[in-house]
Write a protein that binds this ligand. Structure first.
Ligand code: NAI
Ligand code: BGC
Length: 265
């Protein structure tokens, strides 16, 4: 079977930057129409749309804060209005606002949970509602596909980032629970758990190929690229993954293999 997203439409949240940008470009190359969501930096979203158009694809940029219900409803409305329906939703938006637990403000805690966990829930819920409403579409075996952007920190505790780790731990069971709930309707929900991928979120530690401390945590010996994650997303979104339901695909160069135990323990 050939990997194609032809005649399908994908919403990718946070697609103006980093992993979302890479996924939007890869999906368009595979033939999908892409809704490039952004929160701020419209210029970056417009650039992604222009790159897709220059390559012969179709995309629109839509502003929305994924933590705000009316924004998410408007995002889906815009997608349907422009492309007539949606086949794939990548709930990718996320952010860090780090502090040691004892110094973390309630605003830091709630802010990260709102974007990273509530934001994914709102997008997933709208996706399920829309997949049901629009019914079977010809381009894919599934009624619809959802990909959550988790992190190795759904499994690896991360001191100094308790809000972020809690949000990704939440994404883990949010994904599995909804996947169990809607799989009988042929809606496939899966997640990607990236390790350290060079994007603006971790620009400091991934500069110049990665700090020596970071590289010690990656058995495969290199920092990841957005393409590494985009390739996994392509697979999960395509019919090649038609029997993959409720899985988390770790794309981390082995970071989750406890490399500290390599010659210890
Ligand atoms: P990034 O900072 O380049 O991108 C984050 C994106 O989320 C941006 O487009 C930003 O505008 C968007 N965003 C933030 N708040 C938003 C809101 N309220 N509404 C809508 N969009 C919002 O960072 P990156 O690395 O591309 O992050 C993407 C996802 O990947 C995040 O969920 C992050 O937690 C996850 N991730 C990243 C890893 C990495 O090493 N880069 C590793 C594991 C997970
Ligand atoms: C974080 C990155 C970090 C990576 C590995 C991701 O979830 O957003 O900042 O480099 O995990 O620790």
């Amino acid at each position: 079977m050939h990997l194609t997203l032809h005649n399908q439409t994908a919403i990718v949240t946070g697609a103006n930057s980093g992993l979302g940008r890479g996924i939007a470009l890869a999906f368009a190359k595979a033939g999908a129409n892409v809704v490039v969501n952004y929160h701020s930096h419209q210029d970056q979203a417009d650039e992604v749309v222009a790159l897709i158009a220059a390559d012969g694809g179709q995309a629109i940029a839509v502003q929305a804060d994924v933590g705000e219900e009316p924004d998410v409803l408007a995002l889906f409305d815009a997608a349907v209005k422009r492309f007539g329906g949606v086949d794939i939703v990548v709930a990718n938006s996320g952010r860090q606002d780090d502090a040691p637990s004892a110094d973390m403000t309630l605003a830091q805690w709630e802010g990260v949970l709102k974007t990273n966990l509530t934001g994914q829930f709102l997008c997933m819920r709208e996706a399920v509602r829309l997949f049901r409403k629009q019914g079977r579409r010809e381009a894919s075996r599934a009624l619809g596909k959802i990909i959550c952007m988790s992190s190795v920190h759904q499994r690896i505790p991360w001191a100094g980032h308790v809000n972020y780790a809690a949000s990704k731990g939440g994404v883990h069971l949010l994904m599995e629970t909804m996947a169990q709930e809607v799989a009988p309707e042929k809606i496939r929900i899966n997640a990607i758990a990236p390790g350290a991928i060079k994007t603006p979120i971790n620009a400091e530690v991934t500069a110049d190929g990665g700090s020596p401390e970071l590289l010690k945590l990656i058995p495969y010996g290199r920092v990841g690229k957005p393409e590494d994650v985009a390739n996994a997303a392509l697979f999960l979104a395509s019919d090649l993954a038609d029997y993959v339901v409720g899985s988390t695909l770790f794309v981390d160069g082995g970071m989750s293999l406890y490399p500290g135990f390599e010659d210890n323990g």
